[in-house]
Design a binder for this molecule. Sequence first.
Ligand SMILES: [Zn+2]
Length: 354
Amino acid sequence: MTGTVDVDAVVEEARAAIGSASSLEEIRQVAVAVSGKKSPLAAVSRGLGALDPDSRRVLGQKLHEARTTIEGLVERRRSDIEAEELSTEMAGARIDLTEFVTGAIPAPPSRGHLHLVSQTRDALEDVFVGMGFEVAEGPEIESDWYNFGALNMPPAHPARGMFDTLYLNLGEPETTLLRTHTSPVQIHLMEDAVVNGVLPIHSVMPGRCYRRDTPDARHLAVFHQVEGLVVDKGITFADLAGTIEVFTTAYFGPDIHSRLRPAYFPFTEPSAEFEVTCTICHGPGCRTCSQTGWIELGGCGMIDPAVFEAVGIDPDEWTGFAFGFGIDRCAQMRHQIADMRSLIENDIRFLRQF
Ligand SMILES: [Zn+2]
């Protein structure tokens, strides 16, 4: 009726184009082409103004019907396509239990497990929790005060030589470093206990530590320790020795025992190193234990009154003990690992054994 555009023909062309659209993107493009601003219908609509009123009314009505028809076709096709895409997706996700695999059967995906060090830490935590300890943690980045000062090692104290580390910041505003032992967590716990009035303390503190050491068969520059701390009234050296012995037999087995040997640490007085029965020869002596039948595991002692004073605990009222040892060393002894560096080399053939 406009002389150039047959509205019925436009609707039929649109019907064909809509019917052949096969994806949501295609239907979107078709919808723009058949009813958008540049479509033939839009051109007809723009020409309405030039018509006489009767013709305008008739053609206007026809245009409206055409648009309604086309919109309906687009909507129906869109929902059909959505349903098709959903059923295709579901069919793809279905497991075909009758599937027949020809040729070599692919290996099933392997499942990982916790690293030996994590397993060892968990096992140690279990032993200590069973003995009534709580588990606590502290930061790996420490200030000079927490790592040394509060532990009775003021600046230039010669004992700092045993704990050389990696410094993050020297001096202003304060010296920060990677902690060389888990002992600073003792200070945090005691400070918190004083502030919150929650003494006594019976805690173990596992965690990662750092030293400026060259790795060898028995040392790593990044290693793991577990620290123990008991602060209570009337605690004696016998409590310390008994705790170490109970832990040793619980973790290593009933034929492995412990003994204490006098030693020196700045933050305990008296101090001891504790040794356990050689896990290779179980006592008679071998190359690993230098024919002694014992292997050193960690350090321990009664908390030095200077440490109590540093955190504001009255050493006349409270006593306590602390101990610490290497988690990696425990794993090495229990599983008879020749070289501790195996723990950090990520060789899957080694790790799979545990
Ligand atoms: Zn031995």
